[in-house]
Structures are given as structure tokens and as C-alpha cells.
Design a protein around this ligand. Structure first.
Ligand code: WQD
Length: 335
């Protein structure tokens, strides 16, 4: 039985990944400081898989606590989700983002190296590409200067990991997510935004539920089919399953380089208006919206070239945007 540490394992993508890890027979240890998650998710995961993960309320910025964790727990691999991830907030609080996202990563890698934990999966983001010159986006697309401290922490994080793999036995995979959406089919776990949702889908489902008066569509003058911005919306369960495949690649030494990067998307782009139309179609719910100015820092379009992940990782998204939107609505109905 392999022991896998999942940092941020009570969060949105983390919790869905813990479920898939347990489904695959891994022993899961969760570190989560509950700064952007809810302890109830632990019981929800257990109710889905009938296996309770070991949970540690540790803040990864606390170096002695990280040291003690690795000194007292046997770990075969680490999947690292724990990080602050709000683009706008990162602009207002850059030092908190650098301290949390970079500081935690350094402490984690230091203790992995000291304890011979050699398999590392890093939660990265397509945000590192900025507005790519070519669509769909491959892993070789140039990394653009970050538009936000949040995006910068992902770029710097990848560099830190790459440098660490050169001077240690650690082998790592960075997974660059496009736009994760949706919820587990059980509707027991899903996206739990704290406060006013920043991301599109939580705002759409809360508007449909009457919690928000109307959705503001940020920009209708983009050079796209209908003027609204285009993204690659990937079901969070497909995303979770990709983590298991990447982890097994490292555990089985099937990796080709000490540091590998994969784009995780569906390969299909949808505009904001197309998302609303699809949501209304699959749920029968109405979404009130108005067209407003563009949001500062947003790009026109991003969707993944999935060839490398399909061929090299052997992973392909199985669920489509309608599946994801319906699952997001079913999850919202339980809240
Ligand atoms: C999607 C589209 C908005 C809200 C960011 C990060 C990325 C990841 C996901 C953390 C855009 C539009 C949104 C609203 C809108 N974050 N929108 N009205 O900005 O593509 O990606 O979040 O891991 O790293 O960069 O996602 O969901 O915020 O926006 O019109 O109320 O929906 O303008 O075109 P984004 P998003």
C-alpha cells in the first residue's frame, strides 16, 4: 500500500483527487490548514469512499511542523494543491501570496529531499502562458511574464521544482490546469467558494439558485465568435484522474525526464455565453446576466492542445462541459 500526502486535500480539486486516490487503493494523508476549505469535507470524502483519510491540521508555512510531519509519517509521494489561488486578491496581497505559495513549497521540498520522498505532483495552471500567441496551447508555448502575483507563484514554483530535481532524487510532474469546473457525481463534494465567487461557474450556479441577482459578463468586445472570452472548461473528476495517472508514472519510473509538464484541458474552447446557454439547456434553469466591461488582467482565449497528455500520459478528458455544468448545478442544490 503506497502512502500519498495530499496537501490542500480538503479543497476543491484536492478532495476530488483524494477520492480517486482511495478508489485506486492508495493510503491518503491530508495536510490542510482550512484557510480556504471546510473540515466537513473530510467526512464527505469518507462517505463516498468508506475510507477516512488521515488528516493533519498543519500550516505548510510552519517549517518545524512540516519537518515533524515527515519525521513521523512514511510517505511515498506528494500531490501539492495547498496554495492561495485568487488572482485578484494576489494583486492586493502579493507578499502573502509569495510567503504562502513559495514558502510552503520550499519547506515541503526541503523535507521531501531530507526524507528521500522522491515523487512530486505540482498543481500548476495555464495562467503561466498568459495570452498564448498560438491556440490550442501546447506545453512548449512560451511562458509569458505573469499578469498577477498568483500566476507568478506558479511560474516560480515550477522553476524551484525543476532546480530541485537537478540536485536530488526527486522526480516531478507539473500539471497545468485549464479551467476546472463541476463536482463529484455524488454531489457530496464540489466547489465551495468563500464569499462572492470570483470564478465563472460558481457565480452562474449561485445566480441560477437566486443567491446572486445577476451574472456580470466581463467583456463582450473580445475578438471571439460572440465577443465573450473563451476558456477550456474541464470536469474536476477528469482532472483528478489525471493526477493518479501522473503519480503512477512517477511511482513506476515511466517518466522520461526528472521534471515533466502536462496541459490538462479538454482541447475545446467555450465562450462565456456558450457556457450560459449550455447551463440553461442541461439544467432548465435561467441565468440572468448583463454585459459589462472587461475584467482587468483577463485574456481573450485559452484552450489546450491535449496531444502530449493523451499520447505520453495516456490521459484524455472523458466528460464534457454539459456533464460538468449539470454536476455543478446538482452540487449547488445540496448547499
Ligand atoms: C472564466 C471566464 C471571465 C466571472 C482563473 C485563474 C486560473 C484558475 C481559474 C486558479 C473569464 C469570465 C468570470 C464572472 C465572467 N485559478 N467571468 N463573470 O480567469 O479563466 O482563470 O481561475 O487555479 O489560474 O487564472 O477563470 O472562472 O475567473 O473566468 O464573465 O463573474 O469567465 O472574464 O472570461 P479564469 P474565471
Amino acid at each position: 500500500m503506497k502512502n500519498i500526502l495530499v496537501t490542500g486535500g480538503l479543497g476543491y480539486i484536492g478532495s476530488h483527487t483524494v477520492v480517486e486516490l482511495q478508489n485506486e487503493g492508495f493510503e491518503v494523508l491530508i495536510i490542510d490548514n482550512l484557510s480556504n476549505s471546510n473540515i466537513e469535507v473530510l467526512d464527505k470524502i469518507t462517505s463516498i469512499t468508506k475510507i477516512k483519510p488521515k488528516y493533519f491540521n498543519i500550516d505548510l508555512k510552519n517549517k518545524p511542523a512540516v519537518k515533524n510531519f515527515f519525521a513521523t509519517n512514511k510517505v511515498d509521494g506528494v500531490i501539492h494543491f495547498a496554495a492561495s489561488k485568487a488572482v485578484g486578491e494576489s494583486v492586493e496581497k502579493p507578499l502573502e501570496y509569495y510567503e504562502n505559495n513559495i514558502g510552503s513549497l520550499v519547506y515541503l521540498l526541503q523535507e521531501m529531499k531530507a526524507n528521500n520522498v522522491d515523487n512530486f505532483i505540482f498543481s500548476s495552471s495555464c495562467t503561466v502562458y498568459g495570452q498564448a500567441d498560438e491556440l490550442p496551447i501546447t506545453e512548449n508555448a512560451p511562458i509569458k511574464p505573469a499578469e498577477s502575483p498568483y500566476g507568478n507563484t506558479k511560474q516560480i514554483g515550477e522553476e524551484i521544482i525543476k532546480d530541485t530535481t537537478k540536485i536530488s532524487e526527486i522526480k516531478a510532474i507539473a500539471l497545468r490546469y485549464f479551467n476546472p469546473i463541476g463536482a463529484h457525481e455524488s454531489a457530496k463534494i464540489g466547489e465551495l467558494p468563500i464569499g462572492v465567487p470570483q470564478n465563472l461557474i460558481p457565480f452562474v450556479v449561485q445566480t441560477a439558485a437566486g443567491i446572486r441577482k445577476e451574472l456580470s459578463i466581463f467583456g463582450s468586445d473580445y475578438p471571439t465568435s460572440d465577443g465573450t472570452a473563451v476558456r477550456d472548461y474541464i470536469h474536476v473528476v477528469d482532472l483528478a484522474k489525471a493526477h493518479i495517472i501522473a503519480l503512477k508514472r512517477l511511482l513506476n519510473n515511466h517518466h522520461k525526464k526528472q521534471f515533466e509538464v502536462f496541459n490538462l484541458g479538454t482541447g475545446k474552447g467555450n465562450s462565456v455565453l456558450e457556457v450560459i446557454q449550455a447551463f440553461e439547456k442541461v439544467t432548465g434553469q435561467k441565468v440572468n446576466y448583463k454585459l459589462v466591461e472587461r475584467r482587468e488582467g483577463d485574456i481573450t482565449a485559452a484552450y489546450a492542445n491535449t496531444t502530449f497528455a493523451n499520447d505520453e500520459l495516456g490521459w484524455k478528458a472523458q466528460l464534457n462541459i454539459e456533464d460538468a455544468l449539470l454536476s455543478a448545478w446538482k452540487w449547488q442544490e445540496t448547499l
